[in-house]
Design a protein around this ligand. Structure first.
Ligand code: PMP
Length: 411
């Protein structure tokens, strides 16, 4: 069956999109970044860990809105908190009580933090944090890990369009887990570095996830303290998936600022940066606002989301479901003589096929899974949610088994 026959509404809507939207669907959700002939393009509705595209195709979702849906879609408690606040109002001239209560909640659960601010997207917070670091230190340079993703702003976007060399003039990179390379960068720009920004483990797209080696983050942390550099943790992807107090607790280190987003609002737009007392004054000097940044609904939801994460021990569940998925995939792949590797924490696993530099095998595997109603991404880490249960995982493993057997037949 051609895509037109199997998903007529998708094809028709995409043709309309292309004529009125540059690229049709842009950014990381572009079908060009997934598997154009098989991937869903437009969602229609979702519930729990499943969603339906506009052609009515059902998928078990292992991307969870690129990490936002930690409790699952249409979560009854979250939706009732949202509805109650929406009935009272969402966007006002002023913040609401939730603004203060959410800041209280975050500063009490995140051990090093004595203040919090809010935005909408992750990029809002990473970009603001480096400005705070520049304000605090009076220095220009930012050190980041080569290949790390921190958002769409000019200093860090992986894109190329519309940039000028000056955008990156003061942004320099070092290799993950390479303390020697980090120290060399530190020496090269001694006295000029405002901030070092890292993710809690390295999770590049198109590459295996890499956990921090013993001592690597400690080296960064102690060097930052010694040289009065602001140490920023971009916990946007992993935050509240590994530890309810932030991923630095999971790995055992102490940043000066942490940025959160995805898991904070279960799909409602909210991000946050939290920081140390010593940065309170510089933080107050860096202008921070946006048309919708004080909206009440996402803040009410975020409070509820954090409470549910604790109450339902969601992090343990994500870990258990992730392990079940990985173990199942490893076992069935072995049965078909196919070598795959799982990297990163089980709650956000990244799967690769051996000798698959062009991602051809991974794409064929994901396509076969999508055809059976399981949405795996071919080159981005996946996400588990509280709404994934054993039966969903087992259904996905069955689909994977058929996909592995097809790969074998096609070879
Ligand atoms: N940092 C990391 C580690 C991320 O994963 C993301 C989003 N994928 C961002 C920053 C940017 O967040 P946003 O897309 O919400 O701006």
């Amino acid at each position: 069956m051609t895509p037109q026959e199997s998903r007529p509404k998708t094809e028709a809507l995409f043709a309309r999109a292309v004529s009125v939207i540059p690229g049709g669907i842009y950014g990381h959700m572009s079908p060009a970044h997934s598997i154009p002939e098989a991937a869903p393009y437009f969602a229609e509705r979702a519930e729990g860990c499943r969603y339906w595209d506009i052609d009515g195709r059902e998928f078990i979702d292992f991307m969870c809105g690129f990490g936002t849906m930690i409790l699952g879609y249409a979560h009854a408690e979250i939706e009732s908190v949202a509805a109650a606040q929406r009935a009272r109002g969402n966007c006002f001239n002023h913040p609401t009580q939730h603004f203060v209560e959410l800041a209280e909640e975050l500063t009490s659960r995140i051990d090093f933090a004595s203040w919090a601010v809010f935005g909408k997207n992750g990029s809002d917070m990473t970009t603001w944090s480096i400005q705070v670091a520049r304000e605090a230190t009076g220095r220009k340079k930012i050190l980041m890990v080569r290949g790390a993703y921190h958002g769409v702003d000019a200093w860090c976007t992986p894109g190329h369009g519309g940039l000028i060399p000056e955008d990156r003039l003061h942004v320099h990179s070092f290799c993950w887990n390479d303390a020697v390379d980090f120290k060399a960068a530190l020496d090269r720009y001694r006295g000029e570095i405002a901030a070092v920004i890292i993710t809690p483990f390295h999770h590049p797209a198109f590459g295996q996830s890499d956990m921090p080696e013993e001592g690597f983050i400690e080296t960064i942390e102690s060097s930052c303290r010694e040289q009065e550099i602001v140490f920023i943790l971009d916990d946007i992807r992993a935050g509240f998936r590994l530890h309810t107090g932030g991923s630095h607790r999971f790995f055992g280190f102490d940043p000066d600022i942490s940025c959160f987003c995805k898991a904070l609002g279960n799909g409602y737009p909210i991000s946050s940066a939290v920081g140390r007392e010593a940065l309170r004054v510089p933080a107050s000097k860096v202008f921070l606002t946006g048309s919708y940044w004080n909206n009440a609904v996402p803040m009410a939801v975020a409070k509820a989301c954090l409470r549910i994460l604790d109450r339902d021990r969601v992090i343990d569940h994500l870990d258990a479901m992730g392990r079940r998925l990985i173990d199942g995939l490893l076992e069935v792949s072995r049965r078909y003589g196919i070598e795959i590797t799982a990297s990163g924490p089980p709650a956000l696993p990244y799967i690769t096929f051996a000798e698959d530099r062009s991602f051809r095998l991974m794409q064929r595997f994901c396509r076969a899974c999508m055809e059976q109603g399981v949405f795996f991404h071919p080159h981005h880490n996946w996400f588990l949610s509280a709404a994934h249960h054993e039966t969903d995982i087992d259904q996905a493993i069955d689909a994977a088994e058929l996909a592995f057997s097809r790969l074998n037949h096609e070879n």
